[in-house]
Design a protein around this ligand. Structure first.
Ligand code: LIP
Length: 268
């Protein structure tokens, strides 16, 4: 039986190789290959190329595992392990040249749905700033950063000044009114709001104590699979509406006490 630490090691190795490819293609110039759910929901040639690299590496290293990625068809697992992959999370940032995008790779066991899976290992790598966030179930989480060095990750409860809260808005303009109304209900808890544009970096920001909390409606499984494990292994909580697992309906992450307060407000 492969251990979480062994799965983490493979996730790290592949995330770094995939991140180097994404950064190289960014330097060469990014081409929008297509739009998906809305005009603003873009996919670049690099998204597809990076996912192909990740998929090929996993097929070689772990041929019996399943795959659930943003840009290609899912494949069922024969081993009980499925890899949940966002090749370039923060695609719009990537296309605009904003250095806030990440390769997000998670290994989960059980059914390949956020409501049922058990995340075992995760790696979120932002090649633009050479920052790697990782976790293995039961082994804690860490940051390996060219900016601030290496450290174990630990969430933090907000100060009396209020919480620094990150959120996001979907690609479909029809969802913006509801998202803005929800933001109005959250603002009394906040000292300020951040909109980073990559769910995996929002989640790892919570794990690192760089932001106090994150919530967003409309995420896909690959957006939160790795980052959610990294938050949990940093002592934080991740969920959906009150008592639910994170899902497309809602994803919430924070330190334990504030998680309860924010979930109550978001769920009201
Ligand atoms: C993005 C998320 C972000 C969300 C965007 C989009 P993508 O994922 O990371 O948090 O606000 O709408 O879903 O499309 O860049 O992989």
């Amino acid at each position: 039986m492969t251990t979480p630490l062994e799965l983490q090691s493979l996730a790290i190795d592949i995330a770094r190789e995939a991140g180097a490819l994404a950064a190289r293609r960014r330097r060469e110039g990014v081409r929008i290959a297509a739009t998906k759910s809305a005009l603003a929901d873009i996919v670049t040639d690099a998204d597809r190329e990076v996912e192909n690299l990740i998929r090929a590496r996993l097929a070689t290293e772990r041929p019996g595992d399943g795959f659930l990625g943003e840009e290609s068809d899912a494949s069922a697992s024969g081993s009980g392990i499925t890899w949940v992959v966002d090749p370039i999370d923060g695609t719009v940032n990537y296309a605009y040249g904003i250095p806030a995008y990440a390769v997000s790779i998670a290994a989960v066991s059980g059914p390949a749905t956020p409501a049922e899976w058990s995340a075992l290992a995760g790696a979120v790598f932002n090649p633009a700033v050479d920052e790697l966030f990782t976790a293995a179930r039961g082994e804690g989480a860490e940051l390996r950063s060219a900016i601030e060095g290496d450290r174990r990750l630990q969430v933090a409860e907000p100060s009396a000044a209020g919480a620094l809260i990150a959120t996001g808005f979907g690609y479909d303009p029809a969802t913006h009114a509801g998202d803005l109304a929800r933001l109005q209900t959250v603002m009394p808890l906040a000292r300020d709001i951040r909109r980073i544009g990559a769910a995996s970096l929002d989640l790892t920001g919570v794990a690192a104590g760089r932001i106090d909390a994150y919530y967003e409606r409309g995420l896909h499984p690959w957006d939160h699979a790795a980052g959610a494990l990294i938050v949990e292994e940093s002592g934080g909580r991740v969920g959906g509406y009150a008592g639910e697992r994170p899902s497309r309906t809602m994803t919430i992450a924070a330190a334990p006490e504030f998680f309860e307060r924010l979930t109550d407000v978001v769920s009201a």
